[in-house]
Design a protein around this ligand. Structure first.
Ligand SMILES: [Zn+2]
Length: 115
């Protein structure tokens, strides 16, 4: 499966497979929450989101609104979505601070899984 931006259909992830073995999820701060090559669907805030490894995100930039990009050594994702596709559509939130597990949460209202 791949993930695309719903607005412009650009691919925003590498090939990813649903993670069936949840014991592979890693809650340690500062480390990748999910192994590369996998996705899982979880609630992020109020919304259902696709969670992937930071390294599986492609064709994406940080948000042009700098108030969304807070963090001491990474991005804390506490100020709204901080990731956009190459065509500047909001797609989700990067969580990459030292005090949290690292992942991207892609909002299921804005992106779609495709074969
Ligand atoms: Zn887009």
């Amino acid at each position: 499966m791949k993930i695309i931006c719903l607005k412009c259909n650009v691919e925003i992830s590498k090939q990813v497979t649903k993670l069936d073995d949840v014991s592979l999820l890693n809650e340690n701060d500062g480390e990748a929450y999910i192994p590369e090559g996998f996705f899982t669907i979880e609630k992020f805030g109020e919304r259902d989101s696709i969670i992937i490894n930071l390294k599986d995100l492609i064709n994406s930039n940080h948000h042009s609104d700098e108030s969304r990009l807070n963090g001491c050594c990474g991005y804390d994702g506490l100020d709204g979505m901080n990731r956009v596709c190459v065509n500047k559509h909001e797609i989700g939130t990067e969580n990459s601070e030292c005090w949290m597990p690292h992942y991207i949460a892609l909002d299921l209202v804005l992106v779609k899984l495709v074969k």
